[in-house]
Design a protein around this ligand. Structure first.
Ligand code: MN
Ligand code: MN
Length: 300
């Protein structure tokens, strides 16, 4: 079970302006093969399916995967809000359909943002392909699953870097900077897990791709605060042994790794104004004439 908080992990500044094509690109970090829906569902299924978890040697690995799964929920939320902010105000606001208020959809890469949703995030990638359960790897073999997770986090890191490189929009950069730091924690965590399990030193491969998080100003400011050293323990009672994997020094800067109970404090969720041209949310803005017609039909 998961306790929910009506907050997002990091403050998202307002975008420079509505940017529907930017929103389409960011969809890759939500519903793409290496997006946050994939990391969330991989670790969720691997934790649900973890056999033998109460064996003494297995428990710390179960605790690790279960906790990272819980954190990924906050990541899908952060990417979804980034998309929503980029789409806010993207079409002409109003209640008069004869002005073609949605004409911007004609030149926008993802028409579903305007036709199938209230200008909001969808579980699709940057090409509009729906997220698929095919993206989940849960083999039942711990070594194989950990190796897959290490690869998945490295692939996710590559995609975040590339999306960052597409834009100077402050919302996208704040989101990508935060996720580079937290994804970096997960890369180290799965490498450390494989090291504890087998003795293999995957830290020699770091970083993949060969560019430091410190080259991204929005990530550097968070690493200067030590955010790359913390593994969040969602529930200290139920996941007591995560520190048997998350221990030692960070492979890149040698600082001490720590377990922190709870999650990030976060900030209130961004405001999402109504889009009346899309009837979103479609309550409150009642047409006077329609109301009179309804009253007539009811015979009052
Ligand atoms: Mn993530
Ligand atoms: Mn991750």
């Amino acid at each position: 079970m998961i306790t929910r908080h009506d907050r997002v992990a990091v403050d998202l500044p307002k975008p420079k302006g509505p940017n529907p094509n930017g929103a389409s690109l960011v969809q890759e970090l939500l519903g793409g093969k290496f997006g946050e829906m994939s990391t969330l569902m991989n670790y969720m299924f691997q934790s649900f399916n973890f056999r033998g978890r109460d064996e003494d040697h297995a428990r710390p690995f179960y605790d690790l995967i279960a906790n990272i799964a819980a954190e990924e929920h906050s990541h899908i939320e952060l990417v979804a809000y980034t998309i929503n902010l980029l789409l806010s105000g993207a079409s002409e606001r109003g209640t008069d359909p004869s002005t073609s208020p949605l004409s911007v959809a004609e030149e926008s890469r993802n028409s579903l943002h305007f036709i199938a949703s209230g200008q909001t995030a969808l579980p699709v990638d940057s090409m509009g392909r729906p997220w698929s359960g095919d993206n989940v790897f849960s083999s039942g073999n711990l070594k194989l699953d950990l190796l897959h997770n290490f690869f998945l986090e490295c692939g996710a890191r590559a995609n975040k870097i590339r999306v960052y490189e597409t834009t100077d929009d402050p919302t996208v950069r704040a989101m990508a900077g935060y996720l580079l730091v937290r994804g970096g924690v997960h890369v180290v965590a799965y490498a450390r897990a494989l090291e504890v399990l087998t003795g293999a030193d995957l830290s020699k491969l770091f970083p993949i791709p060969d560019i430091s998080n410190k080259q991204f100003p929005e990530a550097k400011v968070l690493e200067d605060q030590g955010l790359h050293l913390i593994l969040y323990r969602n529930n200290p009672k139920d996941f007591a042994r995560v520190g048997e994997v998350w221990k030692g020094r960070h492979p890149e800067d040698g600082q001490k790794l720590t377990v922190e109970d709870g999650g990030p404090e976060g900030v209130p969720t961004p405001e999402l104004p109504e889009e009346p041209q899309l009837t979103a949310p479609g309550i409150g803005a009642i047409d006077e004439e329609m109301l009179k017609e309804l009253a007539k039909r009811l015979g009052s």
